[in-house]
Design a protein around this ligand. Structure first.
Ligand SMILES: NC(=O)c1ccc[n+]([C@@H]2O[C@H](COP(=O)([O-])OP(=O)(O)OC[C@H]3O[C@@H](n4cnc5c(N)ncnc54)[C@H](OP(=O)(O)O)[C@@H]3O)[C@@H](O)[C@H]2O)c1
Length: 274
């Protein structure tokens, strides 16, 4: 599937639709920096905002949504359970208070700390309590998805994973698709590290686009939902302008060849939790 329209969505297993493009706000400072970037994004037509309890900027995201004038139901809002805490349902209630809204579109386990299954019943309880429409996972490997499927009543709708040409986790995306889970690409620019790569630069120049646009477009053409982060207005504009061109087979193959993961089904090379 290749998206050629900026409002394209993918259907999730819970029947809702997730935009294929959105704004991430990791490392956007709570206060004016986050508020301003979310407001710019919504004004420009972004309709997916990705935050997390661990980012400590949910209150700013909520203020920006209210200030934007965009109706809440037109926005797909994701936050993530911080797995250092114990009760996903109770933490969802606190997120809703900080965000100043009465439901989430998607609530993810941020990473499978202490194993992939213990938090899931609490995630399901958040759905049953009407706190969130959908639940999902992040940083789960193919093996962890399998383990989770043995105990889940509600299947995860999304797995949010580190994904770029340099971290081309094709095995993991395949496992997600086989389980009916939509894969979402985080750090599509390598948190900025992949923007200076000469292959990316060559394709950018050949397609008359920028390195960021090439990296984002590649992930969209792989069928993922993609959530680049920026706190600069001109970059928020630039990152969204990826629906007016297509990478051809030669460009896609050259980008695929940058993979350093051997198209793995693992979620990360180095975990930051135990
Ligand atoms: N689930 C997880 O564990 C997890 C982990 C990491 C990220 N995420 C999510 O994914 C989102 C995106 O990932 P990310 O924040 O790691 O990084 P990213 O989107 O790959 O890259 C963001 C970095 O690139 C810069 N940048 C953005 N657009 C640019 C452009 N057009 N030209 C030049 N530089 C540009 C940004 O700087 P400025 O902001 O200064 O413009 C920032 O330093 C996060 O914000 C978060 O929502 C989730």
């Amino acid at each position: 599937m290749t998206a050629n329209n900026s409002q394209a969505t993918r259907e999730l297993s819970n029947g809702t639709a997730i935009p294929v493009f959105g704004l991430g706000v990791w490392q956007a400072a709570d206060g004016p920096e986050t508020e301003q970037s979310v407001e710019w994004a919504l004004e420009l037509g972004y309709r997916l905002i990705d935050t997390a309890q661990a980012y400590q900027n949910e209150a700013s995201v909520g203020r920006a949504i209210r200030n934007s004038g965009v109706p809440r139901e037109e926005i797909f809002l994701t936050t993530k359970f911080y797995p250092g805490n114990e009760d996903p349902r109770a933490e969802a209630e606190k997120s809703l208070e900080r965000l100043g809204t009465d439901y989430l579109d998607l609530y993810l386990i941020h990473w499978p700390q202490s194993g992939p299954t213990w938090a899931w019943p609490g995630m399901e309880a958040a759905v049953e309590a009407g706190l969130t429409k959908g639940i999902g996972i992040s940083n789960f490997s193919a093996a962890e998805i399998q383990e989770l499927s043995k105990i889940s009543q509600i299947q995860p709708a999304v797995n949010q994973i580190q994904f770029s040409p340099f971290e081309y986790r094709a095995g993991l995306v395949e496992a997600c698709e086989a389980a009916g889970i939509v894969a979402q690409a985080y750090s599509p620019l390598g948190t900025g590290r992949h923007l200076d790569d000469p292959v990316v630069a060559r394709i950018a120049s050949a397609t008359d686009h920028t390195p960021a646009q090439v990296l984002i477009r590649w992930a969209i053409q792989k069928g993922l939902s993609v959530i680049p982060k920026s706190v600069h207005r001109e970059r928020i504009v630039e990152n969204f302008a990826v629906f007016d061109f297509e990478l051809d087979a030669e460009a896609v193959a050259a980008l695929d060849a940058l993979d350093t993961t051997n198209q793995t089904a693992e979620a990360l090379a180095n975990k930051w939790w135990s």
